[in-house]
Design a protein around this ligand. Structure first.
Ligand SMILES: [Zn+2]
Ligand SMILES: [Zn+2]
Length: 215
């Protein structure tokens, strides 16, 4: 599977593949709320899987990764490397983030509190910045030891994308500073760790997405 990259373009209103902006949600769903503070989460990454990355999922599936604007911890302290994830593992996380891989369906735009500077995710063969990149497809570049995951349904979890350690998501000038960010002008995802996103290769549930971090 070829590895591709998403570069950020800020000069126009983003379409469906974006950082920030309105959240494209399945019909009948809104923005998920943080279980720790009840604030609406903000979309950090949302995109339709690019055909060019040849990912092993249903064509037209959309990945979304949202996180609370205030709660910025890592997704899990527990390692599930080499043993199956527990049933409904997506309901057992810390509750300050939300991830889904939705099959192609009717979606609608949900606008929350404007926080991140909206940017279009532009697919490219090379990253705009080698040190700060969003890679999609191919194999994960592990900072530490390799990890692999098995879904609760028994299927392998397939790698979807990776966000570099320290990758900054610029905020709108009027938006509050993110607690525990390394930058006053940007938000980071999961404390700015290297972020790896996997999803159940059988897509047994739209929430069958697992995120692990390393640094
Ligand atoms: Zn929160
Ligand atoms: Zn599964």
């Amino acid at each position: 599977m070829p590895k591709k990259f998403f570069n950020l373009r800020f000069d126009s209103a983003p379409s469906q593949d974006s950082v920030g902006g309105a959240y494209l949600a399945p019909e009948g769903q809104g923005l998920p709320c943080c279980t720790q503070c009840d604030q609406q989460m903000i979309p950090f990454l949302q995109f339709t899987l690019p055909v060019a990355a040849q990912l092993p999922f249903a064509e037209g599936s959309r990945l979304s990764v949202l996180m609370c604007p205030e709660h910025n911890e890592i997704p899990s302290f527990e390692s599930f490397d080499a043993r199956p994830l527990p049933p409904a593992y997506w309901e057992q996380g810390e509750g300050h983030w939300y991830a889904s891989l939705e099959k192609s369906q009717a979606m609608h735009r949900v606008t929350g509190t404007p926080t991140l500077q909206p940017a279009e995710l532009v697919l490219a063969d090379a990253p705009a910045d080698e040190d700060y990149r969003i890679a999609v497809g191919g194999a994960p570049d592990w900072v530490q030891d390799d990890e692999s995951f098995t879904c609760a349904c028994g299927s392998a979890m397939a790698f979807v994308c990776q966000v570099s350690d320290g990758f900054e998501f610029p905020k709108l000038p009027d938006a509050p500073e993110q607690p525990d960010s390394s930058s006053a002008k940007s938000y980071v995802l999961f404390l700015g760790n290297e972020v790896y996103v996997f999803a159940c290769a059988q897509q047994c549930d739209p929430r069958a997405v697992w995120i692990t971090v390393q640094n």
